[in-house]
Write a protein that binds this ligand. Structure first.
Ligand code: G3H
Ligand code: ZN
Length: 313
């Protein structure tokens, strides 16, 4: 018979698991699947460390890297995934994309729901507050009617757009694009969203040009700003651009309401490094397992988190 901690996690909806994580200040990392064989590798790391995480796929993972399609990732997850240690999340469905183009967001959300994704993210962060509320509310109604959790974004987590970012120090000091705590309160109240992605100094790793292969700038976080957002929202908060943030800030953020961290660039780069010139998938998977295990153990310090979550469900 299956151990009972596994049974409990398998049966709980992800909205409940995230709530328990939020209340107990346990981090749930969300690893982007930029290439299909990463699913098996990430799962192996989670199994070996008995740690709970999300596997997620964004549009750029599909259009710019090797995730192929929402369906392909779901099939790979059905094959290798384990609900005792993970769920599958649709990352960043933008209303306006990183090139300024309109996206048929509704079709993408509907596709993920039909495929059986456990949670979805609508990203209306390039819209006005009122438009972002309108679209997010529509997604919440649609997803909740099928028992699926919704993440939304408020503020600007820059970095996916083409061209150079303003100097990081300037960005951090000025608070440009930071989520307004007052707007966040209003947004959460009006939309009924489950989780909110916030901008507090975090930036996305590049997905185009030479920068996508380089090390990201080491970001910091404005913890006082995060505390103000957390006080006014009371729901699990999400930190995008998780690669390369200074460790002490991440640990402090977890104590102050960050429940999910999205990690793309550094795990993708580990996979690509392993793949090397000869495209050896096995090596790429080994590098992925190694990097994910390092992140879990040394960086987030959440080895064995599945037990804590299960106990508090
Ligand atoms: O949604 C994806 C994440 O925000 C990834 O950010 O590539 O900087 O780790 P990152
Ligand atoms: Zn992101």
């Amino acid at each position: 018979m299956e151990e009972s901690w596994k049974e409990k996690l398998k049966e709980a909806p992800i909205s409940r698991i995230m709530k328990v994580a939020y209340e107990n200040r346990v981090l749930i990392p969300a690893f982007n699947v930029a290439y299909l064989p990463m699913v098996k590798a990430i799962m192996r790391a989670l199994e070996e460390l008995e740690t709970f995480a999300l596997l997620e796929v964004s549009r750029p993972d599909i259009t710019r890297f090797g995730a192929e399609s929402l369906r392909a990732v779901k099939e790979e997850y059905d094959h290798h995934g384990d609900l005792a240690l993970s769920r599958l999340h649709q990352d960043h469905v933008p209303v306006i994309d990183e090139e300024g183009k309109e996206v048929d967001w509704k079709a993408l959300i509907e596709e993920a729901l039909a495929l059986g994704y456990h949670s979805v993210m609508i990203d209306g962060s390039r819209l006005s507050l009122e438009e972002n509320i309108r679209v997010t509310r529509e997604v919440v109604a649609l997803a909740h009617s099928q028992g699926v959790a919704v993440e939304a974004e408020l503020g600007s987590v820059l970095g996916h757009e083409k061209g150079p970012l303003p100097p990081y120090e300037e960005l951090f000091r000025s608070g440009q694009g930071f989520t307004s705590p007052e707007d966040a309160r209003h947004f959460v109240q009006e939309t009924g969203v489950d989780w909110l992605s916030v901008a507090i100094g975090n930036i996305h790793g590049a997905i185009t040009g030479a920068a996508k292969d380089q090390k990201k700038v080491e970001a910091r976080l404005n913890i006082e700003h995060l505390q103000r957002i957390a006080q006014l929202t009371g729901i699990p908060l999400v930190l995008h651009g998780g690669s390369g943030i200074k460790k002490e800030y991440v640990l402090e953020a977890i104590k102050n309401g960050i429940t999910k961290i999205n990690v793309g660039t550094e795990v993708r780069q580990a996979y690509e490094k392993g793949l090397g010139k000869n495209s050896i998938v096995k090596e790429a998977q080994e590098e992925t397992v190694k990097r994910v295990k390092e992140l879990i153990t040394d960086y987030y310090e959440i080895k064995g988190s599945a037990h804590i979550l299960s106990k508090n469900l």
